[in-house]
Design a protein. Structure first.
Length: 73
């Protein structure tokens, strides 16, 4: 698999077989992966917050129904 340097970019290489552009900089890759993990963690936090809110809504509905049953007696 031969790779050629992309003109004007120090860390970019072109794969001659697939014609793909590949970034050979490990520091840029580490930065990218750190940002990716941070986005995933934020997404997980949001997902968990939504689940917790939905759970609290269900519990509040249940409490409301119980209060209404007690008031009917």
């Amino acid at each position: 698999m031969a790779k050629l340097k992309v003109e004007g970019y120090g860390s970019l290489l072109r794969d001659t077989n697939s014609n793909a552009i590949v970034n050979s900089s490990t520091s840029e890759y580490r930065i990218y992966m750190a940002r990716y993990r941070a986005r995933e963690q934020e997404s997980d936090k949001l997902r968990n917050a939504c689940k917790e809110i939905n759970s609290l809504k269900a519990e509040l509905r249940e409490i409301k129904d119980l209060v209404l049953k007690v008031l009917e007696k």
